[in-house]
Design a protein around this ligand. Structure first.
Ligand SMILES: [Zn+2]
Length: 208
């Protein structure tokens, strides 16, 4: 099962991906993870990626193409995978189509004001990286794991969130159109389990 998971940061996409990985035994791959995996492999391609990253340059699309080809052909991808947050743009979608045909594209949808509300409540532990939500009952302002006072990342401040959502909005419509016939839309307005239920049922029919 080759899947793409679309959704803005804060839409609950990551939580959904973890549930799919758990139940369907396919790895969750982000472009960042794939670049890191290949870069640390020591291959020729890995060295090339390392050079771009050391210089702080965006990895060009012909290299991204090679990364996709190599990473998606590895053993753990035998039964499929979930591409989490890739492609982000229509150009990347065309690139991916040259490497493989995906079976389905799951689009996690949530109203932007709700995303803003969720992200604005997000607090991060500077010590262990744990993430908590200031809207939850029992929130103390300290990390649940190590009791360190939590902070709000600059990324999660309202201005930054709005900019990020604008970029997402500009890119998502062409992607939705591109994957039209393979698209499965799900709302994440409810709880994580409520979001997952229709996705699980859909993937079961896809598997059959
Ligand atoms: Zn902590």
């Amino acid at each position: 099962m080759k899947l793409i998971l679309l959704g803005a940061a804060g839409s609950g996409k990551g939580t959904l991906a973890k549930k799919i990985t758990r139940d369907f035994g396919i790895p969750q791959l982000s472009m960042g993870d794939m670049l890191r995996d290949i870069a640390s492999s020591g291959s020729e391609l890995g060295k090339k990626i390392g050079e771009y990253q050391n210089k702080g340059i965006l990895v060009p699309s012909d290299v991204v193409f090679e990364v996709l080809k190599e990473r998606l052909s590895q053993k753990d991808c035998e039964n499929g995978y979930i591409l989490d947050g890739f492609p982000r743009t229509i150009d990347q979608a065309h690139l991916l189509a040259k490497v493989t045909e995906v079976d389905a594209v799951i689009s996690v949808e949530l109203a932007f004001d709700e995303i803003e509300r969720r992200l604005a409540a997000r607090r991060t532990c500077p010590k262990c990286g744990d993430i908590d939500n200031a809207n939850y009952e029992g929130f103390t302002g300290n990390c649940r794991k190590c009791q360190t006072p939590l902070f709000q990342r600059d990324d999660d401040k309202p201005e930054a969130i709005r900019t990020r959502l604008e970029v997402y909005k500009q890119n998502i419509t062409p992607l939705i159109n591109f994957y039209g016939d393979r698209l499965f839309k799900v709302s994440s307005a409810g709880s994580p389990d409520e979001t997952y239920k229709p996705v699980y049922d859909f993937l079961k029919t896809l598997e059959a």
